[in-house]
Design a protein around this ligand. Structure first.
Ligand code: NAG
Ligand code: NAG
Ligand code: NAG
Ligand code: NAG
Ligand code: NAG
Ligand code: NAG
Length: 596
């Protein structure tokens, strides 16, 4: 038996020098120790501490639009986030099932952050092992969160490269933003690997943004026609919100989170409401900005999110989480996730227009982020994600062979995912049809949750023509869950009204605001928040006749541009479908069902 191949790791037996000895990273292509042994390579070639890749399947190529921007010096500071292994994840899952199942006696009996911490905090062994490992490399400048399951530490780049064997930190830029990342995979000692899910700040680049305006894209040559355009007045009319459907409970709150280097201006909100506000009572400012807001130009996405969540969720206290990335080596989305575990008092509804290709993310990362959504759910938070703007998406597996490309977090079973629609007649407030960009499909990683199984199976059975089976995983979590208009919004940014803003980033805050209004009414009746609402949503729709949603039955979204699918992904149909979910909200009926 080769001693280096022992699976055992005993932190107390290994002095600091032992850790420090493994200085030079192994050649990146070299397989971990035991593999070499199996291949007949002498064990003396293998370092005496075996490493383990935490994220062997993470995509580490340079994403489109980014380029090399210079070396990182040995003393430059890197901020790494260690996701420590949680305890009782199974129990957490069970708990969420109970708290969000309307038929359970536990329904709505949400946990405080303290109670959650007691359930899932890492074991003492995990905490000791990781702290000792870091301490042995002189890493002490760390901060943790209330649940103790994330640890963010500053260290020099040379220390980071020693700690994470194989990593090599470099600067990259996309023209607006510079980040530090490693395009080479990292290993941690095997004894440590069982205590960490993944390390943040190494590989993942900031994800692409979703929203766009046709005017911004194609320049001013597009002529205005007398197209309707979506404003708060139009939305409120379509979704049957009357002037008295505004929030009034003092403890209600909602939030938008966003991760681009862009900001929102209070003055834009005032101008927007003046121009498009109509006659409902609304707030004129944001109550809390978490993160930093620069003084630079307002961004389209930021303005859109704020202006529309405050139009449907009118007169409700609104927060903005602004995480453009405080530090070059940070993952902005992860920064937001860790913040949630560090704030005991936090808004009830969060809408987020963000997504990445599921296949580009390691399974370890996907699963852990999914745990984070469960943590939010047991606290009674509703987390809504945009379903994405690429329809079913498309990925070329090899030459001429395509498959659809699901997006994450849209594909997480523990968030509510919002797709997009357009007016059937763009000149009037009419019924809605599929917006062909509306993201939808099936996860390749998460299996279909029980709450949706009947609805999804019924869709798959009902449809006469479906894309070829090799394009999607019919046993996976299917999304979106619901939808709202996503086409031709008006937004005010930098005091300028901008037309034709489109994307599921528009539908998401609209739907989120409506859930907030329903929370408001629930609080007034002494009921708990909606929290993770999917089990309840699928239940009220069980018979397909609740009237809570305007069912969208017309249109298909985009998929792959190939002959096999003729450019189509999935098509909408009566009842639930993976293009527009259950459809768009009919507020009075939805309220009735969700108050019952
Ligand atoms: C931790 O690192 C950050 C970034 O380099 C630095 O600003 C801060 O002062 C450090 N804190 C301590 C206690 O060394
Ligand atoms: C969590 O909050 C505490 C107290 O406010 C703070 O000291 C700590 O730095 C925060 N943790 C992280 C990871 O930001
Ligand atoms: C809601 O809107 C639809 C279509 O605009 C309308 O038919 C319906 O009567 C409205 N009211 C309710 C309570 O559903
Ligand atoms: C707006 O909300 C506040 C509480 O946040 C409430 O006191 C007020 O009555 C609400 N306005 C209306 C018109 O409901
Ligand atoms: C709002 O929350 C505070 C603090 O928890 C509580 O004292 C107050 O009664 C709540 N207000 C309402 C209307 O429930
Ligand atoms: C569905 O219909 C059945 C039979 O009509 C009824 O008993 C049941 O309560 C309905 N379920 C829902 C969720 O409306």
């Amino acid at each position: 038996m080769c001693p280096g191949c022992s699976r055992k790791y005993l932190p107390r037996d290994l002095g600091p020098r032992f850790w420090a000895r493994r200085r030079s990273p192994p050649p990146p292509a070299m397989a971990p120790g035991c593999l070499l042994l199996l291949m007949g390579v002498s064990c003396s070639l293998v370092s005496s501490i075996r490493g383990a890749f935490l994220e062997p399947d993470q995509y580490v190529g340079l994403p489109e639009g980014w380029k090399y921007a210079g070396r990182v010096s040995a003393t430059d500071q890197i901020l790494l986030t260690f996701a420590l292994k949680q305890q009782n994840v199974y129990k957490l899952n069970k708990k969420l099932d109970q708290l969000s199942n309307p038929d359970s006696s536990q329904y709505g009996k949400y946990l405080s952050l303290d109670q959650l911490s007691r359930m899932i905090r890492p074991s003492d062994k995990t905490l000791q092992t990781v702290w000792m490992w870091l301490g042995n490399f002189g890493v002490h400048n760390c901060s943790t969160v209330q649940t103790l399951d994330f640890l963010s530490c500053f260290m020099s780049s040379s220390t980071a490269e020693k700690l994470l064997t194989g990593s090599k930190f470099t600067r990259y830029t996309n023209g607006h933003q510079t980040v530090i990342r490693s395009l080479a995979k990292y290993e941690v000692p095997e004894g440590v690997s069982e205590h960490i899910d993944f390390v943040g700040g190494v590989h993942r680049f900031p994800a692409k943004m979703a929203v766009m305006s046709k005017t911004w894209k194609s320049g001013p040559q597009i002529k205005a026609n007398f197209h309707l355009g979506v404003t708060p007045k139009v939305l409120r009319k379509r979704y049957n919100l009357t002037a008295s459907d505004v929030g009034s409970h003092e403890n209600n709150s909602q939030a938008v989170a966003q991760f681009l280097e862009q900001y929102f201006h209070q003055l834009d909100l005032a101008a927007f409401m003046r121009l498009f506000g109509g006659s409902f009572v609304h707030r004129t400012k944001i109550d809390n900005i978490v993160g930093h807001q620069g003084c630079i130009m307002a961004g389209l996405e930021a303005s859109l999110d704020v202006e529309y969540i405050m139009s449907s969720g009118a007169n409700i206290s609104t927060w903005v989480f602004s995480n453009g990335g405080r530090h070059e080596s940070q993952e902005p989305f992860l920064d937001w996730i860790t913040l949630l575990s560090n704030m005991s008092s936090i808004p009830w509804v969060h809408t987020i227009s963000y997504g990445d290709d599921e296949d580009s993310l390691s399974v370890a990362y996907l699963k852990r982020i999914n745990n984070e959504f469960m943590k939010a759910g047991v606290r009674g938070l509703s987390i809504l994600f945009a379903s994405g703007d690429a329809g079913a998406g498309c990925r070329e597996i090899r030459k001429g062979v395509n498959t659809f490309r699901p997006s994450f977090p849209a594909s997480s079973p523990y968030v509510t995912t919002v797709g997009g629609t357009s007016f059937k007649n763009p000149f009037q407030i009419t019924s809605e049809v599929t917006d062909s960009i509306s993201g939808g499909g099936f996860s390749n990683v998460f299996k279909m949750p029980n709450y949706q199984a009947a609805a999804v199976k019924s869709y798959l059975k009902r449809m006469k023509s479906l894309p070829p089976g090799s394009y999607y995983n019919a046993a996976g979590r299917a999304y979106p869950d619901v939808a709202a208009l996503s086409d031709n919004y008006w937004v005010v940014a930098n005091l300028i009204p901008i037309p034709w803003v489109s994307g599921t980033s528009a539908s998401t805050p609209v739907f989120g605001g409506i859930l907030s209004l329903i929370n408001d009414r629930r609080f007034q009746k002494g009921l708990p928040a909606l929290g993770f609402v999917n089990p309840l949503l699928y239940k009220i729709q069980k018979n397909g006749t609740s009237g809570a949603f305007f069912d969208v039955t017309i249109g298909c979204h985009y998929g792959c541009l190939d002959e096999k699918t003729e450019g189509k992904g999935f098509c909408a149909s009566v009842s639930w479908d993976p293009v527009t979910g259950w459809g768009t909200p009919n507020y009075p009926e939805l309220l009735k069902m969700l108050l019952a």
